[in-house]
Write a protein that binds this ligand. Structure first.
Ligand SMILES: Nc1ncnc2c1ncn2[C@@H]1O[C@H](COP(=O)(O)OP(=O)(O)O)[C@@H](O)[C@H]1O
Ligand SMILES: [Mg+2]
Length: 288
């Protein structure tokens, strides 16, 4: 109740057109490369800098952001359709005051809704536009039509991979898939679990070079996150590492990524975000 009142106040004070909401889909080729940990801690890092990031869990059936935060969501996205609930009712507040929306059974289920229900869902989510600076969708691994639709509808895709060859190969497969549908899609790389700065850089360089050479597609590098035992420790404690171990290597990496993101978001050439409205419009266009 307290959270809701606070949010309401914030919304009243805020000129809703003042924020350009950016929609970012976090994905990967291979599973288990660290998408959820990245999404969660990156969102917290953005908030530390006063940038309002909201996290959406849309992993299909394997939603685990709540577990990483040690919270049990009472409601999820699909409650918006069946009940009188507003988006503020289904929003959970996690550690570090991170605002979070659980996806239910993920985007497969969302994309299977009929147009009428989808419209209700979209309408009810609309107040988020202008409220958040960035909405981060944490998705499952990317080689499915559903996740592709999410990616193509977002303002940008953050593609996470580790430096291991199978993960890189699968990341490249995602790039190819995106390229075949819309080569203009903005894709940025995050290398997770780098064992050195050099490895982080080199992995990103290699992947973007291959995309340039074989697809003539520009894939930019957001940065890398160091491989760090503090991540596993934090996962076991069900606390985000950015809060549990703020001085760890992994948290320092997140600060670098946040700086890179904030330095470029809205910068010349990146175009103005389509935000939630743009996202819904595109997403609906994909639904037969
Ligand atoms: N930077 C890191 N350093 C060390 N281990 C990591 C790192 N990132 C992720 N991990 C490990 O990988 C596991 C899977 O991460 P998770 O974020 O759940 O992946 P995904 O969402 O891609 O399936 C974590 O439980 C953790 O043990
Ligand atoms: Mg995950």
């Amino acid at each position: 109740m307290h959270d809701q009142a606070k949010r309401l106040r914030e919304r009243m004070q805020q000129n809703s057109s003042s924020r350009q909401t950016r929609l970012v889909t976090v994905t990967s080729g291979k599973g288990g490369v660290g998408k959820s940990n990245f999404s969660l801690n990156f969102a917290l890092g953005l908030r530390e800098k006063g940038h309002k990031a909201i996290l959406f869990d849309v992993d299909l059936g394997l939603a685990n952001l709540d577990v990483l935060m040690g919270i049990t969501p009472k409601r999820h996205l699909l409650h918006l359709i069946d009940q009188e609930a507003t988006v503020w009712d289904i929003m959970e507040t996690g550690p570090g005051n991170l605002e979070f929306i659980a996806g239910g059974s993920g985007f497969t289920q969302i994309l299977q809704l009929d147009n009428h229900k989808l419209d209700i869902l979209f309408q009810k989510l609309e107040p988020l536009h202008g409220y958040a600076d960035t909405i981060i969708f944490d998705t499952g691994a990317g080689i499915s039509q559903e996740s592709l639709r999410f990616m193509l509808s977002s303002d940008e895709v953050i593609l996470v991979t580790t430096p291991e060859p199978p993960a890189i190969t699968d990341a490249y497969a995602v790039i190819k898939m995106i390229h075949s549908r819309n080569p203009q899609t903005k894709v940025r790389l995050v290398i997770n679990r780098a064992t050195s700065d050099r490895e982080g850089q080199a992995t990103a360089d290699k992947l973007s070079m291959v995309a340039k050479r074989f697809l003539d597609m520009e894939i930019s590098k957001l940065g890398y996150v160091m491989d760090d035992d503090h991540v596993t420790k934090a996962v076991k404690q069900q606390r985000p590492y950015f809060l549990a171990f703020p001085q760890s290597q992994a948290s320092k990496s997140i600060r670098n990524l946040v700086a890179a993101y904030l330095g470029s978001a809205g910068a010349a050439g990146s175009g103005s975000p389509g935000g939630l409205k743009g996202f819904f419009k595109k997403l609906k266009g994909f639904i037969p």
